[in-house]
Design a protein around this ligand. Structure first.
Ligand code: ZN
Length: 243
């Protein structure tokens, strides 16, 4: 092989190397060649943009919009992320709990998906008995059994359930959740937070009050929450112990 031939060979190889990826782009635009009327009149296919809904490489939650651009897939469309089932939200694929999997259990075993602040505030704080988990805007009330049992090993299931009632009250009051990804329910400001906690503790207190028969255990839990609401939260509306 003489020098000229070698250069020629490598030039061809290089050109093919450039041409193949250019041709195989997964974007949504028309093909590279401009629409050639002579080719079209011979029956060749004109260069049209990819159809709406055509897949975009390495973007599980994006698709062609049919006009040469890229658009987000509909929120809620299923997708795969690292081989796991996910759901699209605002063009991003988020892993979600599997079919029938409890969102609270899922969150607890996927703590790393939540911000460090949330990890510290929820699972890292043994005084945190419950929280509202947000997964792509879906809310679920959760209790942290280990934290409750760590401080109240004698609480019954019914008493633990009253923590659930507290968190459910936050959901029904419209706890703020990020629309996409992972978070916990929050309040817009300190005043709303105080008000929200007062209402949630009132619901929890009333739940404890409904447990029959009243025991020393439920009575002392109710007293503790009553004092907390009165002295720490300064709640404007207190539960009625004689109701
Ligand atoms: Zn609360």
């Amino acid at each position: 092989m003489n020098w000229n031939r070698r250069v020629w060979t490598w030039t061809v190889v290089l050109m093919i190397g450039i041409a193949i990826p250019a041709y195989a782009t997964d974007d949504c635009e028309p093909c590279e060649e401009p629409e050639d009327p002579t080719l079209v009149s011979q029956g060749s296919d004109p260069c049209r943009p990819k159809a709406e809904g055509a897949e975009v490489e390495n973007e599980p939650c994006k698709e062609c919009d049919g006009a040469g651009g890229i658009q987000n897939k509909e929120d809620g469309a299923s997708c795969k992320v690292n081989g796991k089932d996910g759901v699209c939200c605002d063009g991003v694929c988020y892993e979600v709990p599997g079919e029938g999997e409890d969102p609270c259990d899922w969150a607890s075993s996927n703590q790393g998906k939540f911000s460090q602040a949330i990890q510290d505030e929820v699972w890292g704080d043994t005084n945190c008995f419950g929280y509202v988990v947000c997964i792509n805007g879906d809310t679920t009330e959760c209790v942290i059994r280990e934290h409750i049992e760590g401080q109240n090993s004698d609480w019954t299931e019914e008493m633990i359930n009253c923590v659930c009632v507290h968190e459910l009250n936050h959901i029904n009051a419209g706890a703020n959740c990020p629309p996409c990804g992972y978070g916990v329910g929050t309040f817009p400001d300190a005043e709303t937070k105080k008000q929200g906690e007062c209402e949630a503790y009132k619901a929890q207190w009333e739940c404890l009050d409904d447990i029959e028969p009243e025991t020393e255990l439920t009575r002392s839990a109710k007293n503790k929450y009553f004092e907390y609401m009165l002295n720490d939260l300064n709640c404007p509306v207190m539960p009625d112990p004689f109701n």
